[in-house]
Design a protein around this ligand. Sequence first.
Ligand code: FEO
Length: 169
Amino acid sequence: MNPRVLEAINRQINSELSASYSYLAMSAYCERQKFMGAAGWLRLQSQEEHMHAMKLFDFVLARDCDVQLQAIEQPKADFKSVAEVFEKALQQEQEVSRQIDALYEVAFHEKAFSAAAELQWFLTEQVEEEKTAREIVAKFRMVGNDPASLLDLDRDLGARSASEAPVKE
Ligand code: FEO
């Protein structure tokens, strides 16, 4: 594989694993606040990010190249509220979208067509992930501090199941 593309994909594996770790920290915070629905949603999201990393990991290996795992930064674990957690989640998804766009640009520029094809999936996935996060943020802003509405929202988030957003092959 083109070395620039390989390096960029290895960096993206790290970003996806960092996102997974970050969602795990968010999940722990929500569980400590007894928002069990939000905690469950975030735990599933953490697993989804792990699958994203593995998809790129498997792609690198399938191209007979070296996976280079890098250190994962300690994630933010302290938040002001569960609403803030989801604001951060949206920002994180927006950042990942920028990274995927940049990665796609490198692949395209270097004429790495198989990598570009692999990354198509991620471009589509990011549209969905940002949309979902944006909707949840909007709901938190709408309900504000109303306890009954927050409980309802937490229940809705808890209804997410692992099979809801499967990683398509
Ligand atoms: Fe894998 Fe949510 O970005």
